[in-house]
Design a protein around this ligand. Sequence first.
Ligand code: ATP
Ligand SMILES: O=C(O)[C@@H](O)C(=O)CO
Length: 421
Amino acid sequence: MQGTFFGAIADDFTGATDLAAMLARAGVPVTLRIGVPEPRAAGDVFEVIALKIRTVPPEDAVAEARGALRWLRAKGAQRIFWKYCSTFDSTPRGNIGTVADALMSDLQVDATIHCPAFPENGRRVFMGKLFVGNELLDESPMKDHPLTPMRDADLARLLRPQVTRPTGLVPFPTVKAGPDAVRDALARLSGHVVVDAVEDLDLGVIAEACRDMRLICGGSAIAQPLPGLWRAEGAMEGAAFEPLPVPRPGRVVLSGSCSAMTRAQVGAYLDAGAVGYRLDPLELAQGGLEAARTWLAAQDPDADKILFATAPPNAVAAAQEALGPARAGALVEDALSRLAQDAVEAGIGRVVVAGGETSGAVIRALGTDRLRIGPEIAPGVPWCFTGDKVAVALKSGNFGAESFFADAFEMLDAGGSVAAE
Ligand SMILES: Nc1ncnc2c1ncn2[C@@H]1O[C@H](COP(=O)(O)OP(=O)(O)OP(=O)(O)O)[C@@H](O)[C@H]1O
Ligand SMILES: O=C(O)[C@@H](O)C(=O)CO
């Protein structure tokens, strides 16, 4: 084993599994760490460190990202990837640019690229503007995100208040002209360079041009072509697969996401016959969690079942008004975390979690610090395997088809984990 070659720092947990899935598509084994590992832990060839720093104060985000970078460099990482959201979730204070700036300083690089494009999920960058589906970012539902409302679509303009270095753009016509043109353009620019990408072909061109950069920043999709390029130059000879465990049976879905797509997915799962228990933050505040725990304990472990706080905007607003957004969120996250522990203690081995914050809370509660990456259920959402035969899928709020929950379990039933070994 050669030590670590590629090290990524992800600003949230679903984003980390998304990136790990894209790397795994290229046929490399990927290790996902929950938080910065112990100094003495051995580094694998492809390491992704999941942090929960998207909306924490910028100083804290920078300190945590630097800690992750130190660990990765100590293991020998030659390429560093800063993974943030394909919808550029950040505030004027950070943390996308602030962390990128700090990583540039520590790595002593003058330039990095920013490439959030994820065409497969409808995120495209054209002339420096980010589109979500058919809409500019600031006209998409992201304009009303509760924590990171996106009020501009121009990526350089969004970055400027977050960084100390200049910003630049490699525009679409240059990308279309091919890797040499992109390389030439990058050679003339420094600081934070936004690169346009509309389709997967463009990502291939950018990856070819940037394969030797020590720091790349963006969404997961730009990472997909990179392992193939590095493999071709013999950089990853030591990458060896560990067989994925076959998870225990038993299943449960835990949903704390209130996004439009998750609401549709919860509805579709219930319509398809799953039994459900709705968690209400106001009821949790008054009556605690015992009723939900009793309900879960009474269910057949193998039955399709879902515990969800997922609710429409008016219900979320009412709970937030009564309890405050932070307390309402924490009540739900604590509840779903405790229920996840109950499920796993009762022997359930297949757990789907919906929502980035929710996933962070659940994974921490399960006490797992390392996940292996298995087959992809939907673009950017893989099954992940803990060391003790539990499979977890962490679904970002907006990802997956309406049938996602049923699709996820069907994939394991069909031997999906074995196929990925
Ligand atoms: N009914 C509810 N009322 C108030 N808050 C809720 C309710 N249901 C869930 N929440 C909270 O809303 C937040 C949802 O965030 P989460 O990141 O889990 O989902 P998301 O934003 O859809 O996912 P992603 O970040 O992957 O896009 C969590 O903190 C959760 O606890
Ligand atoms: O890039 C994305 O959209 C996702 O990986 C994500 O970060 C969700 O929180």
